[in-house]
Ligand binder design. Sequence first.
Ligand SMILES: [Zn+2]
Length: 312
Amino acid sequence: MPINTPILSRQDELTVQGILNGTHVYPHECVNIEQLAAGYEPFLGRDQAKNIKIVRALVASSYAPEVRLGLRMALCQRSRRCQSLFCVVCAYRHLRHFLGDIESLCGENQRSGIIWVTVIAGVTDGGTPPVEELIGCARHRWSAALETASSHDPAFREIRWRGRFEVDLLRGSAQLKKNKRKCLTELGWRDEPRTPWLIPHLHAAVSLGEIAPERLEYCLRREFKASYQVVFKRQHRNKTVETNLRNMAGYALKADLPESSAVHPSVSGTTPTAARRGRYDDAELRFYARMMDDLGGLRGTLDFSRLNDTSA
Ligand SMILES: [Zn+2]
């Protein structure tokens, strides 16, 4: 495939060719990935495949910034980490820090009380800028809700959390559960199979201190009013605290690829097969990878926490 972008050096062009013809060596093939992924082995293969799929889609683009992003991911190395959510090396490194942060939210004997909170920030069909706005607004509203509550009860100031925003890309409604559909509809989503909707939402592990979960839930629901916009989950009783917290970290960083739930009609108009459902196309992948990178990747806008001040 000819690379018609003027930005590539000869070396980069060879790298692009290597990626496209499958001979390129990815960074995760050069590091001790099993060690890095300790505790998350079942997902490693999936995440490596996701990494390669996205890099390939990006370098095959005719749009220079997308090629550059793909190369940054493919050439990720110790001295120059790409910080992409979809880079296996960067994501798993981040995952370990993320889990460490969750564990440091409170003392060891209180960790079983850490809960898992999901808040839908909103919906938009307008691309990255409104997503950034919705995330900024949700961060502000979350903090304001806690601030208001702490003026009545100072114990609210002790609440700590480690969270991340994710952005779902949704096209069509086939995979939506009833509660989610109700929530998104109230937030302005419309069931139009051809429109790609973006749904930024926060996942956070929260340590409540003296505050009962119901009180935090009440205070957040006053701010995020749509049905099921705020969802609280306690830890699974039949799993160890260690496993529960590890799952929280893994879930916050899972970076699901956009999957189109719409059924793509075939050209001849025959009934689409099941195999055609749930597939994303390369243009969607590229858009999604670029948007997540514009939002700061593993850093920046998507990160949202209040941790214990360890400097004290
Ligand atoms: Zn990387």
